[in-house]
Design a protein around this ligand. Sequence first.
Ligand code: ATP
Ligand code: MG
Length: 601
Amino acid sequence: MRLSQMLFVTLREDPTEAEIPSHKLLLRAGYIRRIGSGVYAYLPLMWRVLQKVSQIVREEMNATGAQECLLPQVQPSELWKESGRWDTYTKAEGIMFSLKDRRDRSLALGPTHEEVITAVARDMIRSYQQLPLHLYQIQTKFRDEIRPRFGLMRGREFIMKDGYSFHTSEDSLKQTYQDMDRAYRNILRRCGLDFCAVEADSGAIGGSGSQEFMVLADAGEDEVLYTPDGKYAANVEKAVSLPPDAVASGFTTYQKLETPNTPTIATLCEFLKCSPTQVVKNVLYQAVYDNGITVLVLVSIRGDQDVNEVKLHNQLTNAASRYGGKALLSLTVPDPETQAKWASKPLPLGYIAPSLEDDYIISDNKQIAPKFLRLVDHTAVELQNLVTGSNQSGYHVVGANWGQEFKLPDLVADLRKAKKGDRSIHDPSQTLESARGIEIGHIFQLGTKYSQAMGATYTSETGEDLPLVMGCYGVGVSRLAQAAVEQSYDKDGIIWPVAIAPYHVIITVPNVSDNQQMAIAQQLYSQLNQAGVETLLDDRNERAGVKFKDADLVGIPYRIVTGRAIKSGKVELVQRADHESSEVPIEQVVSLLQQKISQSL
Ligand code: ATP
Ligand code: MG
């Protein structure tokens, strides 16, 4: 492609709309243009990058035996009602764009395709003989994200590869899951990315696990906790660890003490001269289920620890059936305004005990569960002679014990947020470190959640009708492309990994009115393209300095300059990554570049 004929517009200044380097660079170098919030045009250079990423994804997927298809983006609401996700996706998370057609039927723009693929499987898979089966697609997804940002990193319209596999057994599912783990590692390695695979939250579906593939970068929206020995890495949402040991309590007799102005752990510990590890704090949450029922939740946890709200969310989803619900719509810390809607009297905030009486909840509203749902984290269960609230403002109790002064709640669970510096469970001599990560892919053992809800069954070898066992696997194609930039740039611009660069080579003609410079450039341009080296020709009538700046900004791996050296039958070859430059005899250029490029693919 000749730059003089291309839609090629670069910006000297950083666009104000962009916050992180990769977003700025893709805008400045003319790869993308913002059309609306979270909605971007992929311009010709970007489209080439995206097609290269897609092709690598496709090759690695096909190599596992998965088959490509294309599913509809417009999805009938009925399917989402069958799976039970219509309300969560349109109301609770509100992440799904929904619309009405001219006949007043509800539709949605696909944020993901479990429902559609399960409907296909229900119609077409009859027998165990058709299994296992794995279908995937590469397609635009729509999600009405709360905070679209960072360009392609979190768009409202983006490209994803999503695949869904069907099996007769968990073992068969695990096999495909392993194949996908390998395929995803190959994809990221071939795209030139540094990444790590981490244990991920599987939501309340349970299943036997899920794994995310993270590109480590400061701009990442996820936190990863890992050990230096490389044996443990997990998303903080899912991470587990050993809490610091609790200091033994000196309060050997049970007492209620006046503790004025001590509503926080810090003020209380200062006043009582005790360690936060001896305190049980009781945190209030408000949960709303999909049937409209509000449940007040009291979580007891050790004073020096924090609640992991993802873990809590999963526990509350598991408890949904107790309240006649299926899904949790929201989980919040009640503010004074919402408290006023359910509290029958002022709460002893900052002084709450695990035994906070249920009569704090108004009794005449059918939409509000009349009792607190009480949960306790393991860290709090283990404490003896503990310090906690007394349900009276300005007073705490000390020397209390579960089973004596306080009844241990029925729900004992891991609700604690693991953090940097904690000891690891697999080897307590290892301490957790923290890094930011960009989630590029997620592989997931779904089990029978969707097949059961939607009646997708097959006939087994023994003639039984059984629900299909499913897995799902997603890669953010457009996010991956931008993450590659976030990992590889310098002060001059983008440094594309060769495998996904829009072009391999750019030929810069310093002076287009010099016939000899142009002739050699034209000759190399056609020879390189013929040899399969994807080459751009900068034949614009611009100053050499402008062209060099643009070439660096756009990030093409190799630049050829038909400048002074042509007098001695050579051209200058500059490597974008390190600006290393050498003079190469013209007749050797094609073979040398072919060799360099094939080495880095
Ligand atoms: P996130 O936690 O970042 O919102 P997710 O867990 O909702 O992502 P999945 O449903 O697992 O994402 O989708 C698979 C992949 O699609 C993700 O790993 C990510 O790479 C990509 N992806 C998800 N949401 C977006 C988005 N809004 N913009 C660009 N890519 C996205
Ligand atoms: Mg995910």
